[in-house]
Every structure is written in structure tokens, then in C-alpha cells.
Write a protein that binds this ligand. Structure first.
Ligand code: NOJ
Ligand code: MG
Length: 535
């Protein structure tokens, strides 16, 4: 059954996913924080842009220790974001526009203020004690093992009242659930059903590879490659605290819940090397539909290396599995800061022409960059906990830049994070009617991808050329596109070995190149990308 579904080419095979960080997309009530009504008011923009689905980061009740990734009620809406009525309205309005809505599911941990944890910590014999991971201290009274928190310090927090430690992979305000407990499993599956019954189109599952830990709680081995500038979490290799074999049983159960509904998608947030990542498709595709592939946010921006990685990824995907690509998110530096402004169109073309579902991050379509946040304004706990390491995620979470009015049209109040000084130049309104803008470029790329089966479901074949060029062919039936991307700033000549390509440039980072006929050698400018429709 699963296989058949995979091959039918569902919306999430063909479409483009757009991530909204709800705090920063559009404020409707002047509190300086984005909300659901704000998102609704911008749906026409997203439809115009041409994206298929929106994934919205957590909107649930939360004390906001980790900006919504610490959930205190899985089936509610944080009043700051609106009401359940607003949510129903959002869902309906998304569907009316023939788009899809994906929600964030955070099953690895709750907030410490979630009633489940409140019960669990109330006494050792509370029925929910085993819903979390409680351990006695080591013999000398110290932490049960050497596991570290991603956000700095130990992963264990002492509870004075019941004289045990609990485990938290992230903040101490985010205690990890014990996924070996069937009651926990059922409780989260019920949460999934609650939202799926409402009609949402799928979930992006937070830190999926963290969900099960070693049952013997063995120490993680030290990381021989650790360097001072790295997050303290990387001092040890999380060999026993993440990516355990049993996680796949859990994922398969989540998939089963999803399969009871029509055409929903299950996406896993998983930061692992390719050979480990692809195991999350599960045995016979009983895992997630899309294990997020973060190669474009983590690999060196080097054509040869990337092209080898793409081949490795293509080769590693199991039969029936569908590839995907992510260009940015709320945890990573923005693409245009990572590869630089001059390469950001090239990056967009790569994202939107590779084989597999693309996920883009709000604001990338107008070339938003990481915004420097003065130390006294830093809000992200990862930044605050390790202040010397430049790990704050605030810079990539700043308000969407809509127009050149005060606060870029994001809010009438004081934005929760500051805007960059250049927002009057870099915004949707300014770029909308400019044929040479990033926004026009992204919109045209998305349109081309959506219109051409070769680009959204066609085959992929690498083309070997110069070291500075990443080139490949996408093909569906007899329609073929050659994509050539120069990942450097220097011009060079594209010359494929043993083959002559003839065709017409249909889309280019510099629109002046479009319409040009190509024969044999092709001169490529620095920072240029072209899509050639082959004869
Ligand atoms: C991954 C989320 O994307 C990130 O923002 C969050 O801090 C951690 N998971 C913990 O939930
Ligand atoms: Mg608001």
C-alpha cells in the first residue's frame, strides 16, 4: 500500500513547502509578535508566490522558554497567536486557496509546565512518573551519565523533591518524554489524530532522531574533533542518546496513524549523515515520507563536493522513497548570509531544480539576511546559554519585511526582534514589480518548477563539467532541462565531455540571458545559474 501511494505523485512529491516562523511573519494585533490572523492576511501573497504548502512552527500554549518548542498543551492555541477559532479559519482559508497546512509536532519533550510533567514530578509513585526519564544519581551523587544538553550544560536536572534526576536533551524547561512507555506513545498519537481530524495536511516532527535513548543509559564517547568554538554539546558524540534502533518502531507507529488519513505527509527533522538519515524512510517505506535533508544548509558550498553528495543521496534513497531538500530554517543561518548575497540566487535555483520536495524559509525569497542582534537584545536560549559562541538563532528569526512603512509592515507595535537597517530597500513591496528582484526570480522559478513535470517529478542525472560548476539534467518523457550553476564568483566555460547540448535558456539568474540559444560551449558568468530547455 505504502509503495503505491509513493508512486502516485501526491501533492507533497510535486509541491513546494514554505516554512513560516509564526512569531515573525505578520502581527495583526500590535503586540509586536506575529499571529494566526496575521498569517491569514498574507495567504494571498503565498498563493501569488506559488508555494503549495505552508509549515507553521509551533503555535500551541507554551511558556516560550524555547519559543514554542516547549509545549504545555498539545491541543490548544497560544492566546498570543490567537484562538482555536482563528486556527480553524486559517486552515479553511489555506484550503480555499488550494494550499496545504503542515503543523509542527514536538513529541520528544514537553514543557516543564505541561500537566503531564507536573504530575510526573509530584512523587515517585505518581502514575505518570514513568512518562518522563527519571534516574537515580550516580554513586557519588552526580548526574546518572555524561549526556549533555544541546543548549549547553548537562542533560540532567536534579529534582530536590523526589531526589532523582530527569533528562532533557534541550532546556531543563523541556523534559524528555519516555517513548518506551506505551501510554506516552498513545497520548501523542491521540494528539496527532486531534489535528488530523481537523483536516491538517501533515506534520513536521521535531528532533525525531532524539526520541528514543539507549535503554542502558551508557555514557556517550568523547568527541576527538571537538574545538573550543563549537557548542559544548559537541564535546561528546551522542551515540547513546540519539538515533537508537528502536526509534524506527516509533516512527512506523506514527506513520500508521498518518496512514489512516488520506494524503497526509509525515516529515522528520533529522540531522544525521546520509546513510543514517535514509534509514528513517523505514523498512519498506513504513517510516516518514520525508526525512528532512539538510545537506544544503550544512555542506561546504563547493560544486564538486556538493555534486558528489547529491549523487550519494540519490543513490542512498530506498526504492519508493522520495527525496527532499531544505535551504534554511529557524535554527540555521539564512542562506543569503551563509553563501553570500551574490550566490543566493544560485542557491535558490539549486533548491528548486533538484529532484525532490523543496522546503524554503520565509524571507529567503526576498533575500533576507541574518540580522545582527545586540547582546542586550538576544532572546534565544541557545545564544544566551553559550554567549561566546555566536550560536543565537535570533538573527534568522527576525520579522518578515513586507514594505517600507515603519517596522516593514510587520507590526504596528514594537517588533519582538529588530529589523535590519535596510528593510526599506529589501522588502516584498519594493521587489514585487521589479523584474530583476530576488522575489520575481523566486516566483518565476517556482512557477517553472510547478509547470514542468521534468522539474517536479522528472529523473535526475548528473553532468560532469568544470569543478566550479554544478550541472545536471532533469528529464520527464521527452522533455529535458539542463541546469548549470556556477558556485564561484569567476566566469568559466561549460563544456560537457563527450556530449553537445543544444537548447534555449528559459530561466537565468540574470534575466537578460533568457531566450538565448545554446550550442556546444556555454560561457557562464560568476554567480550565474541557468536552466536550459534542451532541443
Ligand atoms: C528543533 C527545533 O527546530 C528548534 O527550534 C528547537 O529549539 C529544538 N528542536 C528543540 O525543540
Ligand atoms: Mg500579535
Amino acid at each position: 500500500m505504502a509503495n503505491k501511494q509513493e508512486q502516485e505523485h501526491l501533492w507533497w512529491h510535486e509541491g513546494v513547502i514554505y516554512q513560516i516562523y509564526p512569531r515573525s511573519f505578520q502581527d495583526s494585533d500590535g503586540d509586536g509578535i506575529g499571529d494566526l490572523k496575521g498569517i491569514i492576511s498574507r495567504l494571498d501573497y503565498l498563493k501569488w508566490l506559488g508555494v503549495t504548502a505552508i509549515w507553521v512552527s509551533p503555535i500551541y500554549p507554551s511558556p516560550m522558554a524555547d519559543f514554542g518548542y516547549d509545549i504545555s498543551d498539545y491541543c490548544g492555541i497560544h492566546p498570543m497567536f490567537g484562538t482555536m477559532g482563528d486556527f480553524d479559519d486559517l486552515l479553511q482559508q489555506v484550503h480555499t486557496r488550494d494550499m496545504k497546512l503542515i503543523l509542527d509536532l514536538v513529541p520528544n519533550h514537553t514543557s516543564n509546565e505541561h500537566p503531564w510533567f507536573q504530575e510526573s514530578k509530584s512523587s515517585r509513585d505518581n502514575p505518570k512518573r514513568d512518562w518522563y526519564i527519571w534516574k537515580d544519581p550516580a554513586e557519588d551523587g552526580s548526574e546518572p551519565n555524561n549526556w549533555l544538553s544541546v543548549f549547553g550544560g548537562s542533560g540532567w536536572e536534579w529534582d530536590e523533591n523526589t531526589q532523582q534526576y530527569y533528562y532533557h536533551a534541550f532546556l531543563k524547561e523541556q523534559p524528555d518524554l519516555n517513548w518506551r512507555n506505551p501510554e506516552v506513545q498513545e497520548a501523542i498519537f491521540d494528539v496527532m489524530r486531534f489535528w488530523l481530524d481537523k483536516g491538517i495536511d501533515g506534520f513536521r516532527v521535531d528532533v525525531m532522531w532524539h526520541m528514543i535513548k539507549d535503554d542502558k543509559f551508557r555514557d556517550n564517547p568523547p568527541n576527538p574533533d571537538y574545538k573550543e568554538h563549537m557548542s559544548t554539546y559537541e564535546k561528546v558524540v551522542p551515540a547513546y542518546s540519539t538515533d537508537q534502533p528502536e526509534v524506527h518502531d516509533i516512527v512506523a507507529k506514527m506513520r500508521k496513524v498518518t496512514n489512516d488519513y488520506d494524503a497526509r505527509v509525515l516529515i522528520g527533522e533529522i540531522y544525521l549523515p546520509i546513510h543514517r538519515l535514509v534509514t528513517y524512510y523505514g523498512h519498506d517505506n513504513t517510516g516518514v515520507h520525508l526525512p528532512f535533508n539538510f545537506m544544503l544548509v550544512s555542506e561546504d558550498w563547493d560544486a564538486r563536493k556538493l555534486s558528489m553528495k547529491i549523487d550519494e543521496y540519490e543513490g542512498a534513497i530506498p526504492p519508493g522513497g522520495w527525496p527532499n531538500w531544505v535551504i534554511g530554517n529557524h535554527d540555521q543561518p539564512r542562506i543569503s548570509s551563509r553563501v553570500g548575497h551574490s550566490q543566493s540566487k544560485v542557491a535558490g535555483m539549486l533548491l528548486l531544480t533538484l529532484r525532490g520536495t523543496p522546503t524554503m524559509y520565509y524571507g529567503d525569497e526576498i533575500g533576507m539576511r541574518d540580522v545582527p542582534i545586540p547582546p542586550e537584545e538576544v532572546q534565544d536560549p541557545q545564544g544566551l546559554n553559550m554567549p561566546d559562541k555566536d550560536l543565537s538563532r535570533d538573527p534568522e528569526r527576525t520579522p518578515m519585511q513586507w514594505d517600507n512603512s515603519e517596522n516593514a509592515g510587520f507590526t504596528e507595535g514594537k517588533p519582538w526582534l529588530r529589523l535590519p537597517d535596510n528593510f526599506r530597500r529589501v522588502n516584498v513591496e519594493v521587489q514585487r514589480d521589479d523584474n530583476f528582484s530576488m522575489l520575481t526570480y523566486y516566483r518565476r522559478l517556482i512557477k517553472l518548477r510547478q509547470e514542468e513535470p521534468a522539474l517536479h517529478i522528472g529523473d535526475y542525472a548528473p553532468v560532469v563539467s568544470k569543478d566550479s560548476l554544478l550541472s545536471f539534467i532533469r528529464k520527464y518523457e521527452d522533455r529535458q532541462f539542463l541546469i548549470i550553476l556556477n558556485l564561484t564568483h569567476k566566469p568559466c566555460l561549460f563544456r560537457a565531455e563527450h556530449h553537445t547540448y543544444k537548447g534555449k535558456i528559459v530561466l537565468a539568474t540574470d534575466p537578460e540571458r533568457e531566450g538565448m540559444q545554446i550550442e556546444k560551449n556555454i560561457s557562464i558568468s560568476g554567480d550565474e545559474g541557468i536552466v536550459v530547455l534542451l532541443d
